[in-house]
Write a protein that binds this ligand. Structure first.
Ligand SMILES: C[S@@+](CC[C@H](N)C(=O)[O-])C[C@H]1O[C@@H](n2cnc3c(N)ncnc32)[C@H](O)[C@@H]1O
Length: 233
């Protein structure tokens, strides 16, 4: 990488295309990849108690539940989502979760596809109720089972440039916006909003919540991090 970065002088001190590309990349990308299985209690609690209930009421059997995990890191977030949904719905409802998980970091997506993890102490507690999705290779090393892995497609992509023909019932944007400046936060939220179906849901961390009213979403209950997209914006 180092050898490829050459300063190109432009007339009037303007930036070369290459320099401005690099600048855009770093301002639209965070390199922090911390994650965990079932990391955010508020996400999984509201998913199970409110959103899945609602989905069951409003969708016929055998529906596909389309989810976007934006900034999915090493895959523990999207795999947790599928484990939670399958555990909650069992197979009896015929609802099939399908997750598109994207991250700008190629190395971490490669790791995600392997689906092998060493559990941290707190994660051992968290996965206790969802163990049917995991194969324990040793006491603290797990392999995510095929039945869970086949529900997740991974893609290396900058969320701001993600091209998706699909729209989603749920998008999760957790622990990502915090690392960006204000203008990029709204840009990311607008981008995600465009990919969510009317009446669909967006999970955002605290720093994103104040923008949500402006882009046509309302909070599902006081204090929630899930917002619902209004039918007419
Ligand atoms: C702190 S981790 C959060 C992971 C996960 N969402 C969670 O809450 O556990 C943030 C992730 O976002 C990814 N990321 C940063 N900028 C991104 C962008 N512009 N598009 C897609 N992913 C991005 C990073 O590579 C990193 O893996």
């Amino acid at each position: 990488m180092k050898t490829q970065i050459r300063k190109t002088q432009c007339p009037n001190g303007a930036k070369s295309g290459f320099e401005s590309d690099i600048e855009t990349f770093f301002s639209s990308t965070s390199t922090v990849t911390a994650t965990g299985f079932f990391r955010l209690d508020s996400l999984f609690k509201d998913l199970e108690e409110i959103i899945l209930q609602d989905f069951l009421k409003t969708n016929t059997v055998s529906s596909r539940l389309k989810i976007l995990s934006a900034g999915c890191s090493d895959g523990r977030e999207p795999y947790s989502l599928v484990m939670a949904i399958q555990q909650y719905l069992k197979d009896s409802h015929g609802i099939k979760p399908e997750v598109l998980a994207c991250d700008v970091n190629r190395a971490i997506i490669d790791r995600a596809k392997c689906g092998i993890y060493r559990l941290r102490k707190y994660e051992k507690q968290k996965v206790r109720d969802y163990q049917s999705g995991l194969l324990f290779l040793t006491q603290d090393k797990v392999l995510v089972k095929d039945s869970i892995r086949k529900k997740v497609s991974f893609r290396v992509a900058d969320i701001l440039r993600l091209k998706s023909e699909e729209t989603y019932h749920i998008a999760v944007c957790a622990n990502l916006l915090f690392y960006f400046q204000k203008e990029y936060r709204t840009e990311i939220l607008r981008k995600l909003s465009a990919m969510i179906r009317p009446n669909g849901y967006l999970y955002v961390e605290s720093v994103g919540t104040k923008f949500m009213g402006n882009i046509g979403f309302y909070r599902i209950h006081p204090g929630a991090h899930f917002f619902r997209k209004r039918i007419f914006n």
